[in-house]
Design a protein around this ligand. Structure first.
Ligand code: ADP
Length: 164
């Protein structure tokens, strides 16, 4: 049977334990998961980490997951998914606030690439409040963000954010 590949897109600026949770859960559902750092994803220009840095951080956190790979892409997600032969795009949903935007994106991606299904995964309750932007704000104001970021990369993330 054809390998079932899922793509998990985002800005991952930086990766949080919320992202990692979605990656690990998707890796159980699909034969292969490609985490893709979208370089043109939403708030371009306001990123704390370069695309290369974000890719490296995700790679470090997912080293032990055999069926997970990491990539970056600039362009249409629907096109990237087609190139990779993916059957699904995975999205994490935290609260109602994520819903409208994600639903719109899922519908447009379906129009652009009829082969692709968007699979929404509910955030784990302990990660419902977590976002990369909250981490950046808390860290820049001197708060301890270690509980919210993967331990493999916590030093790198904190060092960079503290430097501003
Ligand atoms: P953010 O919204 O934190 O800037 P991204 O744009 O990188 O994050 O999000 C990539 C994907 O991960 C999106 O589908 C988003 O809904 C999901 N996601 C982000 N944070 C969490 C979390 N804490 N729990 C579950 N899913 C999340």
């Amino acid at each position: 049977m054809k390998e079932r590949i899922a793509v998990y897109p985002g800005s991952f600026d930086p990766i949080t334990i919320g992202h990692l949770d979605i990656i690990k859960r998707s890796a159980k559902l699909f034969d292969k998961v490609i985490v893709v750092v979208m370089s043109n994803y939403r708030k371009a220009g306001s990123h704390a980490f370069s695309v290369e840095e974000r890719v490296e951080l995700v790679k470090k956190c997912t080293e032990g997951l055999d069926n997970v790979s990491v990539d970056s892409y600039m362009g249409l997600l629907a096109e990237y998914a087609r190139q990779q032969g993916a059957v699904a795009v995975v999205k994490g949903l935290r609260a109602v606030s994520d819903f409208e935007d994600e639903f719109q994106q899922a519908l447009i991606n379906k129009k652009l690439n009829g082969e692709i299904e968007t699979v929404f995964m509910a955030a784990s309750s302990e990660n419902m409040f977590l976002s990369s932007s909250v981490i950046k704000q808390v860290c820049m104001l001197g708060g301890d963000v270690t509980p919210f970021i993967p331990k493999e990369v916590s030093k790198e993330i904190i060092d960079k954010l503290m430097k501003g």
